[in-house]
Design a protein around this ligand. Structure first.
Ligand code: 0X9
Ligand code: CA
Ligand code: CA
Ligand code: ZN
Length: 437
């Protein structure tokens, strides 16, 4: 007995030491992250921030730019002469107090809550809804967790592929921390199924389209956020590292069109928030979308992100318009006519350049599949809105999303003759190519 005491103390001591090392070596476990506003004088300052590998939280070129920083990054910005204001001084504490109030994300859906709701909908509306497993999160491919990527197909005769019905794809949560982007696709699922028997317009959409809704493309990242890492963006691929600062691939940089075109629109380095992965479609989550898109004839796709109140479309990789620019602009005008979201592309300076993103591949890849009018919607205007704001954010995006589903089956003639009656007074419309003029 006497001999064992010191051993136990020694072991306990060693254990405590390991605990300390364990938390302090992880970049964020113990480290404070802040949300700050950085004043800029010119849109080119955004490129400078990108080159410093800053974690930019807002889009647009309007000052101030919101950035997620550690203490060291804040010091560096100030040293280099940037004007910086702290907006949220501890994002983890803010998350636990305002978002994760009950340990299961409050009214936001966790992965389990989402799956449960999708299972209920599929069971209640078997004539028009099919729940389909379209792939695995990275952790499942490694046997580390058991999360799947779930799609709901909504259409009449949902087991049949009906070529005369236009296909539409709606995806949420490429980025783990953008948790409100799970809620909008889920609301679309609820609306289409619940109102099918009561609302003739909804019935007509469901009967005449094949609508695929994937509320959570990044289930592992989302679970990591729910577990108390509110600023996690990427998937949970370890990239072969045990240090969390080197982990994760940005799923919205992993698509195979102009992948890695340059190093400002995506990063070759695993520690970056915009790490593009080792190869195009290296990640199982992006592969799931590739397989789905190559096996269906999507006409329009909507990818939900947050935040910025924007409707974005290609190109992302260069500052140029696509051949179909007039069509994209019309889609943007329709989407935003009531909610006042601003529409445009990287050339319009409302968004920084990206390469390997979902929209560019959806539209640009035209050999393994047809071209798809891929748009990204940046929901709302705060990073993780309090749960009380979820209904309003759903409301301002629900009808616009259903209009897109409608338009997908209508073709050019419809777009040429669409009526703009009822356009919002708050309508801000097309982005000015230089927001400073
Ligand atoms: O950086 C991104 O992936 C998106 N912004 S976010 O803050 N949610 O991360 C923007 C994607 C832009 N895509 C296009 N311009 N098509
Ligand atoms: Ca919840
Ligand atoms: Ca059908
Ligand atoms: Zn995003």
């Amino acid at each position: 007995m006497k001999k064992q005491m010191p051993k136990l103390i020694l072991l306990t001591g060693l254990f405590c030491l390991l605990m300390v090392i364990g938390t302090s070596s992880g970049s964020f476990a113990g480290e404070r992250k802040m949300l700050v506003g950085v004043e800029i004088d010119d849109p080119s300052d955004i490129l400078k921030l990108q080159q410093m590998d800053m974690d930019i939280a807002t889009e647009g070129a309007l000052s101030p730019i919101q950035v997620v920083v550690s203490d060291a990054e804040l010091a560096k910005l100030r040293e280099e002469g940037w004007q910086v204001n702290i907006l949220i001084d501890d994002l983890v504490r803010n998350f636990e107090e305002n978002i994760n109030i009950d340990g299961n994300l409050g009214n936001y859906h966790t992965y389990d809550e989402m799956l449960q709701e999708m299972q209920q909908v599929a069971a209640m509306y078997p004539d028009i809804a099919r729940l389909i497993d379209i792939g695995d999160g990275w952790e499942k491919t490694e046997g580390l967790a058991d999360r799947d990527i779930w799609a709901m197909k909504i259409s009449d005769t949902p087991d049949l592929e009906e070529p005369e019905e236009a296909d539409v794809l709606i995806v949420g949560c490429h980025h783990a921390r953008e948790i409100v982007t799970v809620e909008i696709p889920l609301a679309i699922i609820r609306t289409l199924t619940k109102l099918y028997s009561q609302n003739p317009r909804v019935k007509s959409l469901v009967d005449n389209r094949e609508i695929w809704v994937v509320p959570m493309l990044n289930p592992d990242g989302h679970a990591y956020v729910a577990g108390g890492n509110p600023m996690w963006r990427k998937n949970r691929n370890t990239n072969g590292y045990s240090n969390p600062s080197y982990q994760g691939v940005d799923l919205n940089r992993n698509y195979g069109f102009m992948w890695g075109y340059n190093n400002s629109g995506s990063s070759p380095y695993p520690w970056s928030e915009t790490y593009r992965g080792t190869a195009p479609f290296s990640e199982p989550e992006a592969q799931a979308i590739r397989n789905l898109a190559e096996n269906h004839d999507f006409v329009i796709s909507l990818s939900y992100h947050s935040y910025g109140r924007l409707f974005l479309f290609p190109w992302g990789y260069i500052d140029e318009d696509t051949e179909d620019h007039p069509i994209f602009e019309k889609l943007g005008r329709i989407y935003s006519r009531r909610n006042g979201y601003i529409y445009g592309n990287a050339k319009d300076n409302i968004i920084y350049n990206t390469n390997g993103d979902f929209d560019d591949w959806m539209y640009g890849e035209q050999t393994t599949k047809n071209k798809v009018f891929g748009a990204t919607i940046e929901v709302g205007d705060t990073f993780q809105p309090p749960q009380s704001e979820i209904p309003e954010l759903i409301r301002e995006n629900l009808k616009p999303a259903l209009w897109m589903v409608h338009v997908a089956g209508k073709g050019q003639d419809y777009l040429d003759n669409v009526s703009w009656a009822g356009e919002s007074r708050a309508f801000k419309g097309r982005a000015k190519s230089n927001p400073y003029k």
